[in-house]
Design a protein around this ligand. Structure first.
Ligand code: ZN
Length: 333
């Protein structure tokens, strides 16, 4: 479509509708922020960000050029201004680096918008007690779907192994190839620590499963840092619903993200075609599926059924994948 060089371009209409706010000449270059330093966002509280810059915590707000662009926990950012971290110092976030992954929280009654809550995490640790409280496989399934969709590797962390045998739960997840670690009261966390090395892991779990105990064991200084944050924001991490990034002591670039208030994920946007990409062997079997096939139980000519019938696919694995597919549309609770 040819566009005539008429007088009324969209830009002109915009200027006509709204008073011009521009006070500087158009030719003025945007600041280059040569003096900006790199940081990582550890928590967000009412528009104020705690950022780690050169191994110290500082506080920052979004700079105007970012506009409505969101800044979330885990974001790699560039900051300018007062990065001393002393009381009252406030820096400005001028750039958000491209994100490698995004984890979304579901919309709820209080907030109808699905929001990104954590950026750049590469592992999701689903903390589940083997007993007291009983495991809730439906919630585990939903967390796995969120992980696969976000491009994060899932890890099951099964706590309270002194109370129940993990095998009962593991049969459900083994065919999906989800890795797992088991912890027990007073047991050591060497295996879990090993799995957290060099990664940024989001820890999820409902109350009573022992997630807080794990966080405190993994990061013994966490409580002290909470006191520090309290002094600045007037709010404690334990009463806050926001996620919080913590560096793992003694780890080579290992981080965990605690998620005190995160109970459910938005899965409505998850496409079957995207979910199945997390299972390349199954994905390959769907090449001849009819157009628009969702690969679910009720699809008449799905390639997954063809592969199972031909003995080329593990029926358990296909059934488990389909259970995840179904979990997308089940209620969160
Ligand atoms: Zn199919």
């Amino acid at each position: 479509m040819a566009r005539s060089p008429g007088r009324y371009t969209e830009q002109d209409v915009e200027h006509y509708d709204r008073p011009r706010r521009r006070t500087r000449p158009r030719t003025k270059e945007r600041p280059s922020y040569d003096d900006a330093v790199d940081g990582v966002v550890v928590t967000v509280d009412r528009g104020r960000f705690t950022v780690i810059v050169e191994a110290r915590e500082i506080w920052a707000v979004k700079a105007r050029p970012l506009g409505r662009k969101g800044v979330v926990v885990g974001d790699r950012v560039r900051v300018v201004g007062d990065v001393s971290g002393v009381d009252g110092a406030l820096a400005r976030i001028v750039e958000v680096r491209p994100r490698t992954t995004v984890l979304r929280r579901t919309a709820d009654d209080d907030d109808p918008v699905e929001r990104v809550i954590v950026a750049n995490a590469d592992q999701m640790v689903v903390v589940t007690a083997l007993a007291d409280p009983e495991p809730r496989p439906r919630l585990i399934d939903r967390a796995l779907v969120a992980a696969y969709d976000a491009g994060m590797a899932p890890l099951l962390c099964l706590t309270k192994a002194d109370l129940a045998d993990p095998e009962t739960l593991l049969v459900t997840y083994r065919s999906l190839g989800v890795p797992w670690v088991v912890t027990r009261k007073g047991g050591d966390l060497a295996e879990l620590r090993e799995r957290l090395q060099g990664r940024t892991s989001v820890l999820l779990g409902h109350s009573g499963v022992g997630k807080s105990t794990l966080v405190n064991a993994l990061v013994p200084d966490a409580d002290r840092e909470v006191g520090h944050v309290n002094a600045v924001t007037g709010r404690g991490r334990h009463t806050s619903t926001s996620a919080y990034l913590l560096a793992l002591p003694g780890s080579d670039d290992g981080w965990i993200v605690d998620t005190p208030g995160i109970r459910s994920f938005g899965l409505a946007h998850v496409e079957p075609e995207h979910l199945i990409e997390a299972f390349p062997d199954l994905d390959e079997m769907t090449e001849d599926c009819p157009r628009g096939c969702t690969h679910g139980d009720d699809e008449p000519e799905c390639g997954l059924d063809v592969a199972v019938a031909a003995g080329e696919a593990d029926p358990e694995r296909v059934a488990s994948f389909r259970r995840l597919l179904a979990a997308r549309s089940e209620p969160a609770y």
